[in-house]
Design a protein around this ligand. Sequence first.
Ligand code: NAD
Length: 270
Amino acid sequence: MTGKRGLVFGMANKNSIAFGVVQAMLAEGIEVMCVTAPGLQGMAEKALDGSGVMHPVLTCDVAGSSDGIITLAAKVKEIWPDGFDYLVHAIAFSDKTELEGSILSTTRENFLKTMDISAYSLVPMCCYLCPQMREGGAVAAFTFAGSRFRSPNYNVMGVAKAGLEALVRYLAPAVADMGLRINAISAGPVRTLSSRGVSDFALSLKMGETRSVTGKNVSAEEVGVATLKIMQAPGITGYTIDVDNGIALAGMGSSEREMEIYRAHVATSA
Ligand code: NAD
């Protein structure tokens, strides 16, 4: 054991990006406590069975009010009275019906819900949990390049992720006052429970492979390792860092693989 401790929100199952972070932490001997949304506890515990993560998986609904986070913070204080080092926000939610088609169909209700759960929740999390963190610790939250670029079907979630990234910039000095750093990790597409809710997600995975520098999408494990390294690295705070095998570098026809697709298309339509 390193004596370090990590609190990870957003664990649903073995495909979760949170699970990638958990695995990276456990590999380094970091003590890990997981939190999930009510209703997902059984699934999360089954996935973590035998991993060495502290039992039980805690639940917390971050939607609608800060009460869930305040109650959770009190529980964490009881379990780890002398504090912890890493805080991970791997949470997002939006109605599936609005992660397809035109953004003009976005309802006010789902816009506010998506923003609340996927972006705003980082504020009470930092407010009530960062004071329990030990000097030199770090916070990480997950975003997607659909915040900076228009990404088909991502719609309201792209807007929420832009908000989350801006929040990370504004939260950086607030957590620095507590001796902590915070960054957003912009992960490439990974097949998870949430991402499957975005229409045509299978196409995004294919596009990711084609557009990446390496010809491969990142795995949740790779994202987890990179996230932990970034949380451990001094001097980085307030940034959004791409962990996507270079997908976000892509311009038009940016890789030989993509050019091949268009060459074949032009050849058959000529
Ligand atoms: P996932 O479904 O495994 O995890 C999402 C988690 O959000 C769930 O485990 C759940 O516990 C949590 N959650 C949802 N509503 C909640 C609520 N009201 N209260 C508390 N928790 C709630 O999916 P994932 O893809 O691993 O998502 C983790 C993070 O990574 C999200 O922020 C997501 O946007 C981000 N991300 C995912 C991808 C991808 O392609 N999978 C790419 C970039 C960023």
